[in-house]
Write a new protein. Structure first.
Length: 235
């Protein structure tokens, strides 16, 4: 049975890395002593080693050791053997490119669908949807496909932002961009605001956190989804 936490972000303003999620992660990974981290989304500024060390420092506080997938000669086997999995944030175009290049995309799909608990944040959450086409990231590299893991039957937009009242910004809003997506694509899109996450257990998908999410469906007006709502029906 699938078991996922799909988080909008890793860090809230004023808090530490994954701090707001730690009580949830302690329960989510209760049966695990080790975790495999996938740092492929980082395009620069922090090495895979440094990124993994940051993750390891956080998970040490809940008794879980961490290794990065880049440390293994066979990343596909590393994913298959992992007790738990975490894909961190960065650039989704780079992440998806690397997942296809290494064969880890299919390995992730098999492992998580077989019950390996998974955590995604930001780019690592984008890939849990049907495609990566509703990411906010710039296309710094061209992936072999926009198709992703399909752990939920819709697309995701982490870091969803509402228009600011009184703003003089004249560019497109996040809502406008998602409506543009729906001119050519039919799958729903869930805008996850900061501090929100999806808890997936099998076919059950529940919105967690204190905020509502913004749901977009082709040909319909956007609507607010209350925290605690079940979204497994959404296709």
């Amino acid at each position: 049975m699938k078991k996922l936490i799909i988080a909008s972000t890793s860090t809230l303003h004023g808090g530490g890395y994954l701090e707001y999620l730690l009580p949830t992660l302690q329960k989510h990974f209760a049966a695990c002593k080790s975790l495999l981290f996938i740092p492929y989304a980082r395009p620069g500024g922090i090495t895979h080693e440094a990124y993994t060390a940051k993750v390891a420092e956080t998970f040490k506080t809940i008794g879980i050791t961490v290794r990065g997938v880049h440390e293994f000669d066979d990343p596909v086997a590393a994913v298959a053997d992992a007790e738990a999995l975490f894909t961190g944030g960065g650039n989704t175009f780079l992440l998806v490119t690397q997942l296809y290049k290494t064969g880890v995309m299919d390995a992730l799909k098999k492992a998580v669908n077989s019950g390996t608990p998974y955590l995604g944040s930001s780019a690592g959450s984008n890939i849990c949807g049907m495609t990566m086409q509703t990411t906010n990231d710039m296309p710094i590299i061209y992936p072999p496909s926009f198709d992703t893991l399909g752990f939920v039957p819709f697309n995701l937009n982490p870091h969803y932002l509402d228009p600011q009242p009184g703003s003089t910004h004249m560019g497109e809003t996040r809502e406008t961009r998602i409506k543009e997506f729906h001119v050519f694509n039919a799958q729903p899109v869930l805008g996850l605001r900061e501090g929100s996450w999806l808890e997936v257990n099998g076919d059950e998908i529940i919105l967690r956190g204190e905020l509502t999410a913004r749901l977009f469906r082709q040909g319909q007006e956007p609507e607010e989804v209350e925290a605690g709502s079940e979204l497994g029906w959404l296709k």
